[in-house]
Write a protein that binds this ligand. Sequence first.
Ligand code: NAP
Length: 454
Amino acid sequence: MTKLRLAIIGAGPAGIYTADNLLKAERKFDVSIDLFDRLPAPYGLVRYGVAPDHPRIKGIITALRDTLDRGDIRVFGNVEFGVDLTLDDLREHYNAVVFATGSSRDAPLAVPGIDAEGSYGAAEFVSWYDGHPDVPRDWPLQQSTSVAVIGNGNVALDVARMLAKHVEDLLPTEIPQNVHDGLAASQITDVHIFGRRGPTQVKFTPLELRELGELRDVDMVLYDEDFDYDEAQRAAVASNKQVMVIDRILQSWRNRVVETPASRRLHLHFFAKPVEVRTDAAGRVSSFVYERTAPDGQGGVVGTGELREVPVQGLYRAIGYFGSPLPGVPFDKRHGVVPNREGRVLHKDSNEYVPGLYVTGWVKRGPVGLIGHTKSDAMETVRNLINDQAFWWQPSHPEETAIPALLRSRGVPWTDLEGWHRLDAHEIALGEPHERARIKVVPRDEMVRISRAE
Ligand code: NAP
């Protein structure tokens, strides 16, 4: 019986669902899977992207862990593709590779001043509050009282909620100590969220929106001028259930009677297209300038030419994620994805398949959709991988001992599944005295040391 030796790069949901799908699929060959991640711990965006106060989504980890614990997937953490292991290495050791590396960079926003001090990409801030080992430990929240969040997607809401929430209300979560301390020092009183279109054209979802209104000691501030709906907006509310629910939530906040004003406010500004980030003499963000847009009568918006300026000392753009190129693998720079047809990687300029290379998840389809969508995505990629048996690589060293030997020869301190269990238990134990589910370990060397029991 033939054996498929498969490398999966990326141990987030996309990579783990791929392994799970393949192991459960009907096929005429044996499978042996090696799962690589550049981080010492698995679960990708569930561990390092989902907000700490979203335990329901974090709970996906339980299912992902069950897959890893099946015992037939080898995990190699702390191994960076392109640095510790190249595409040539993979060709020598495997029949094929699936890239499931996601999109972890921030999409660029081309307005003057966007690179000023105090202007951040949402992904950077998310990585910080989720204890990602590769971002600085400190976040300067003590320098701002008002901040802007650009974008009307769920990431914008996560960022705005984390900025507005009182740190005591995050205590039951797994936030690391440095994040707790950073948030505790925050001087922020006003978080302004700016959407370039109207309330009926947002990308965030009702559940996530509703949560903002439930934050303790935070008032929701909406502006009447944004709710003068035209015919197209009224039609959107009437015809789309999600838009209807979102509108209902927003209207309920407009009608809310505030008896005792809260100490913090979350402002929702619609019809606000980014124009410029202004700075003070020291080059720090001092205000956000936007152009007021207006409904175009067909469900879109047009610029009005009216510029407005809001003083802020910090700015977070949450306008979408973007994939990173993988050394030796075709990359579509415009869309931030690997060019592919149903998961089979394509040469950049020809539309021809590159044998042996596959993609799944956000690096395949772009950074849209919820984690659940990644499952069907993986299924499609796996189906094509199985059907392509005739085109797989013929590795010269398919034996399973070859990869650990190679990594050892290069001095790569990789972490394995047993190591993850060790780190997992360590984090849970750190949380126990404080009655918290876990406290994350942040520094990479400490994660590696604990995993490797060194
Ligand atoms: P997103 O849903 O695509 O939202 C991006 C937002 O940025 C949109 O409002 C978009 O406006 C705006 N935008 C884009 N370019 C802009 C520009 N040049 N100027 C001003 N605004 C601009 O992306 P995301 O928020 O990064 O979320 C990514 C995916 O992860 C989504 O599927 C999301 O639902 C998911 N996610 C889910 C959760 C959750 O379930 N709790 C949490 C986080 C993320 P336009 O609509 O006008 O383009």
